[in-house]
Design a protein around this ligand. Structure first.
Ligand SMILES: [Fe+2]
Length: 229
């Protein structure tokens, strides 16, 4: 019988923690390098999960490729995530929605995915697990130039969503070419992709799953991603 074993997510005791404050909002960004004790075992586990295409009538992810949610316990990893939620972000969460995310730079995408988004959960995080990290990839953070906001006001006033381009999402199917800086958005930080490295940040910040155009066309950018419930 192929039974799940949460020791897959055991942590490396020598991992390296860094906490930065980024942008004008001094938003906390946690980075933990070398997080999994056995990242190859994590990868082998994830590679056995069937992938779900992001392009669906009800879109699954803000990038081209695949996103598969699962409900396996995260073992030691979950304890670490909860610890940083309380100690660094000084808040509480009810749990985690966990997904295996694979970015395919050769696939088409909803045009809205080329622009920054925010996540519904308070705290978001990911561990990068690509076979070969390609240059310029990571989680990119932005400010909206017209108002200098690094996070939208948390309400449902549609005139504000209209400003950010969220009122009528762009559902044309186009190449993935995520914005770095343009007339509306400026990027102020890239949390670079490093193998076996966790990043945690507030989901309300404008951000994107960023790759340079022309990269990740012959392999997938793989990550384990978490969004607090
Ligand atoms: Fe996100």
């Amino acid at each position: 019988m192929n039974r799940f074993d949460p020791s897959i997510f055991d942590l490396n005791q020598d991992c390296k923690l860094d906490i930065k404050e980024i942008g004008n909002l001094k938003s906390r960004l946690i980075t933990v390098e070398n997080i999994f004790k056995d990242p190859e075992r994590v990868k082998a586990f994830l590679d056995n999960i069937p992938l779900i295409d992001c392009i669906q009538p009800n879109p699954k992810g803000f990038y081209p490729g695949y996103q598969t949610y699962f409900s396996y316990e995260l073992g030691e990893l979950q304890n670490m995530l909860n610890y940083y939620v309380e100690e660094t972000f000084e808040t509480q969460v009810r749990g985690w929605n966990t997904a295996y995310q694979c970015v395919d730079g050769a696939k088409k995408v909803f045009d809205q995915s080329n622009f920054p988004h925010t996540d519904g959960g308070q705290i978001a995080g990911n561990v990068f697990l690509s076979d070969n990290v390609e240059q310029g990839s990571g989680t990119r953070f932005y400010r909206f130039k017209q108002t200098m906001e690094e996070s939208p006001i948390a309400n449902n006033c549609m005139y504000r969503k209209d400003l950010y381009g969220y009122k009528q999402p762009k559902f044309d199917i186009v190449d993935f070419n995520p914005v770095n800086s343009n007339e509306q958005w400026e990027s102020y930080f890239l949390a670079e992709e490093k193998f076996n490295c966790l990043n945690m940040y507030e989901g309300a910040l404008f951000h994107s799953a960023y790759i340079e155009s022309g990269t990740y066309t012959t392999q997938l950018r793989k990550s384990l991603s978490f969004l607090s419930a």
